[in-house]
Design a protein around this ligand. Structure first.
Ligand code: 5GP
Length: 165
């Protein structure tokens, strides 16, 4: 399925010089959404997964859809300050400045998903945070990998993605 044709390029958003990949058209297409839910996990042994963990906010959409499709739970990885305690928080470097994400303390085997992998800072922080909060990260996947911006690996393999630029 041609997912790229359902991803809109928006120049100079949210800042001048950034080419933003907007997946709103893909989310509005039920066939594409189903294709994504089936194929993001095509190399994953689902018997080893308890929850799909989504990174706020577009990761929530994908992780919830995966959870519903594959009859698993959902785990939110949020921007800091939004979840009630007990939580665990991590700070990480952005291109300019820092960001903080947080998740509920807990346990279980998880697959972390997000919409776009850019520099990799967010996903790496989510992996480190999940492990330190008690979860076992079994798999990670993103819809879009902006490969020219990262060399990120998980378990010595390129991060699984359905669309690459
Ligand atoms: P990173 O930490 O890898 O540099 O950035 C990844 C995070 O920024 C993801 O959570 C993703 O949602 C967001 N992001 C970065 N670039 C884009 C983009 O072009 N399109 C969308 N939809 N999100 C982006």
């Amino acid at each position: 399925m041609d997912l790229k044709s359902l991803i809109r390029d928006v120049p100079d958003f949210p800042q001048e010089g950034i080419l933003f990949r907007d997946m709103t058209p893909l989310l509005q297409n039920p066939k594409a959404l189903d294709f994504v839910s089936q194929n993001l996990v095509r190399d994953v042994d689902l018997s080893q997964i308890d929850f799909f963990a989504g990174i706020e906010s577009r990761g929530f959409i994908l992780a919830s859809h995966l959870a519903a499709t594959h009859h698993k739970g959902f785990l939110p990885i949020r921007k800091a300050g939004k979840l009630p305690p007990p939580t665990k928080k991590i700070s990480y470097a952005l291109e300019y400045g820092t960001a903080e994400i947080e998740l509920p303390l807990g346990s279980g085997r998880i697959m972390i998903v997000d919409d776009v992998l850019a520099t990799g800072g967010t996903l790496q922080a989510a992996i480190d945070l999940s492990s330190s909060a008690g979860y076992k990260v079994e798999a990670v996947a993103v819809l879009v990998n902006l490969k020219f911006l990262n060399k990120m690996k998980f378990n010595n393999k390129e991060v699984f993605s359905l669309v690459q630029y």
